[in-house]
Design a protein around this ligand. Structure first.
Ligand code: KIV
Length: 282
């Protein structure tokens, strides 16, 4: 299948066709996602928790993101891939935001970048868009500012926060974002924004009435064990499969049951010839 472009995603919104996407941080997961026909992949800074074992996403660096974006691009050469701007890469100034967004495009061959925030990052979105780089906004539960939200908490569940999210969404669209991801808000708000905005509106934990769904690969594949958010559906149990495989391997090694004949390289000369060789050294 041909690689999708931004025009395909805009057409999918118009046609009411939902976009399915996941996060991936490594070559094999990206390859499996592409083989499955995933519409797009996010190389999220959630890699900090899912892959690198940090307690949150704050320590993730540009270098971490670029290395994993490159691996994902190698695994999924025909898939639309979004590079996630890590904390500190765009908060400081419009110039830093453009400089770092450019790195995602030049060094890691990303199709666009994503950054968190609404009204307060509108000038960043405009600056990056003006540099010719497509931007996806990210509103609602924004992990990089979760401290200000009081933790990883759903929002937009009351009129006051819903109003400020509507203002944020309008600002993101006005600034030139080509799409926006809404995380962990009341589904009615997502449905409203999907109708109100011209750009595609995607959900992670924000209900079904929108232009597509994102899940974190570590959550949906049952790899990430620290906690599972309410909005996650677990489609596989990779953790259990891996632990069971490791246990069986340990047991077979200890009992000498692995390797067997099928796992070794048979000799090409006769056993007698080998014995003669060994005799020379005995
Ligand atoms: O980093 C990420 O995977 C994200 C999601 C939580 C939306 O930004």
């Amino acid at each position: 299948m041909a690689k999708k472009s931004v025009l395909d995603f805009i057409k999918m919104k118009k046609d009411g066709e939902k976009t399915a996407w996941v996060t991936a941080y490594d070559f094999p997961t990206a390859m499996f996602a592409e083989q499955a026909g995933m519409d797009m992949i996010l190389v999220g800074d959630s890699m900090g928790m899912v892959l690198l074992g940090y307690k949150d996403t704050m320590p993730v660096t540009m270098e971490d993101c670029l290395a994993h974006c490159k691996a994902v691009r190698r695994g999924a050469p025909k898939t639309w891939i979004i590079g996630d701007m890590p904390f500190g890469s765009y908060q400081t100034s419009d110039e830093d935001a453009v400089r770092n967004a450019v790195r995602f495009m030049k060094e890691a061959d990303m199709d666009c970048i994503k950054l968190e925030g609404g009204v307060r990052v509108a000038s960043r979105i405009k600056a990056i868009n003006d540099a010719g780089i497509l931007v996806m906004g990210h509103l609602g539960l924004t992990p990089q500012s979760s401290g200000q939200l009081g933790g990883f908490k759903a929002t937009g569940r009351d009129v006051k926060t819903a109003r400020s999210l509507i203002e944020d969404a309008l600002a993101v669209q006005e600034a030139g974002a080509y799409s926006v991801l809404i995380e962990a808000v009341a589904p009615e708000l997502t449905a409203f924004l999907t109708k109100k905005l011209d750009i595609p509106v995607y959900s992670i934990g924000a209900g079904v009435e929108c232009d597509g769904q994102l899940l974190i690969c570590g959550d949906m594949l049952g790899q990430f064990q620290a906690f599972t958010p309410k909005f996650v559906k677990v489609y596989a149990n990779i953790a259990e499969t891996s632990v069971n495989a490791f246990k069986q391997y340990i047991s077979e090694v200890k009992k000498g049951e692995f390797p067997t004949e099928e796992h070794v390289y048979p000799r090409k000369d006769s056993l007698e010839d080998f014995e003669k060789l060994f005799d020379e050294y005995r």
